[in-house]
Design a protein around this ligand. Structure first.
Ligand code: FPP
Length: 315
């Protein structure tokens, strides 16, 4: 008899009443598999209260745990949080960087038990080998202590930059090629000529990224209203839906995660294709391009008469 996939007991009853009322509006069959969050606004949250920035980060760490637990209750398979970028590491005062490192360490030590209670597995992406050794040791311990969990995988992006991730991927592809040439006793040129160049495709790059074991994010959330991606998962978010909220990260809770999922479920994902409601019949009603061109030709300014548009030419 074929074995059926393991059934996990539903944990929806563990959501707060407010969360349950948003959850009831969701289609459980269309929940995202992977949500990635740019946690922003810790400093502004503190500034608004005339508090030190450090306290904003501390409150931000509390938000992390609330959001992780809601994610695990709805059985979200992948949650990735941008906790510390390469740029944060290089451009923030040493005192803030060192506070963030201490906070990360104490967050991990203080929350591993809760991760296990919630069946959450910890993982990391980024140039984590450049972090202080004692932080790396704690990270390793937290990862090993949660490795058997089968619920949400919480990935912390630490000392992470997406362009650097792509550089690291290219380096590893080239290193593999050189090793392959060495093993076969030929040159890299020989391998390229024998089909290695054509064999290199999008999946080669995807498999060389830090995220090789994860699906691409379906939804990216950014808090604090900034409308940018800040060097986060550039390759992986090619077709992700983006949800930006003005709420500052220390005020973000599981309820807001569910609201973002609700907004996501109202989006139509097309992956460069057409809407599902667009049929061949619709295509037949499109006017041929030549006819459209003929109709609008009188409205087009001839090239020679058009004034130079400096604003446009600056593109
Ligand atoms: C942005 O706030 C956030 C960060 C620099 C990183 C996020 C860090 C945390 C949420 C705290 C620790 C995390 C873990 C996992 C323990 P900002 O300082 O850029 O805010 P601002 O733009 O308002 O100044």
């Amino acid at each position: 008899m074929a074995s059926s996939p393991p059934q996990f007991p539903s944990r929806i009853h563990e959501l707060s009443p407010e969360e349950q009322s948003v959850y009831r509006q969701l289609d459980p069959a269309r929940l995202p598999k992977h949500i990635a969050i740019i946690m922003d606004g810790n400093g502004r949250w503190a500034g608004k209260r005339a508090l030190k920035r450090f306290l904003g980060h501390q409150k931000g760490a509390e938000s992390v745990q609330y959001v992780v637990e809601t994610a695990s209750r709805i059985n979200l398979p992948w949650l990735t949080l941008y906790a510390f970028s390469l740029e944060n590491n290089l451009r923030r005062p040493k005192s803030e960087v060192s506070f963030l490192m201490k906070l990360l360490k104490s967050y991990l030590i203080g929350n591993v038990k809760r991760m296990n209670d919630n069946n959450v597995r910890m993982a990391y992406i980024g140039r984590t080998h450049d972090l202080p050794q004692e932080v790396q040791d704690t990270m390793q311990w937290a990862m090993e202590s949660t490795a058997k969990n089968t619920g949400t995988t919480l990935t912390l992006a630490l000392n992470y930059g997406a362009r650097t991730e792509i550089v690291d991927a290219v380096r590893s592809i080239l290193t593999n090629l050189a090793t392959d040439a060495h093993t076969r006793g030929c040159s890299i040129d020989d391998l390229l000529g024998a089909g290695a160049l054509e064999a290199l495709d999008e999946s080669t790059i995807a498999r060389a990224l830090y995220t090789r074991d994860m699906p691409d994010p379906d939804l990216v959330i950014r808090t604090s209203g900034e409308q940018r991606i800040s060097n986060f998962l550039l390759w992986q978010i090619a077709y992700s839906e983006i949800f930006i909220t003005d709420r500052l990260w220390p005020d973000f809770r599981g309820l807001h995660l569910l609201e973002a999922i609700n907004a996501y479920q109202h989006r139509e994902r097309r992956f460069g294709g057409l809407s599902e409601t667009f049929t061949d019949e619709n295509l037949n009603t499109l006017e041929p391009a030549e006819e459209v061109a003929e109709e609008i030709k009188d409205h087009l300014t001839p090239q020679s008469e058009s004034k130079p548009d400096h604003a446009l030419s600056r593109r």
